[in-house]
Design a protein. Sequence first.
Lengths: 111, 115
Amino acid sequence: GEDVEQSLFLSVREGDSSVINCTYTDSSSTYLYWYKQEPGAGLQLLTYIFSNMDMKQDQRLTVLLNKKDKHLSLRIADTQTGDSAIYFCAETTSSASKIIFGSGTRLSIRP
Amino acid sequence: GAVVSQHPSRVICKSGTSVKIECRSLDFQATTMFWYRQFPKKSLMLMATSNEGSKATYEQGVEKDKFLINHASLTLSTLTVTSAHPEDSSFYICSASAGGYNEQFFGPGTRLTVL
């Protein structure tokens, strides 16, 4: 079956890098996503990666995919207070016609 | 581009009443719209998928008579929570896609509180 797991909380110091990790179970993943949700708001797509890629970089964001271990990570360089939010890992697979979300990681920034 | 709006953003209603939530794609034609429910500190749960002009496909465990979905045009889908009860209180989020489930654009969500 499909399952996406993330740790619930992460706290980092302003200016440091944040690394949010995610594991998934379905090896037939096609796309893997990272979404950001600010308080009381909907989801904003941050970035996505095709399952045949290992890495994708977009400004401060770096996504790493380890298909063998079914592990996805999102690195945010130079974390700012505006990065405080819940980050959802998600996937689509060849078997499920929908996006499957993890439970979200709440990122908090300390001065 | 790819903006999705929801209305209302927040609604409080009495138990037993029905509430309608609108989801609009503002700058593109959405052949498919999705409705999600998000519980506090939980992930998004897909409730149903609707294609314009046809009946919605509901996920297992979601009551279709309780959560009525209409997708009458390429820019508008509505979710009606019928005879709402306090356990229906939640954050409802819609998304819209012009080309399948891989690329969805999300609305800002509607907070429903049933007293």
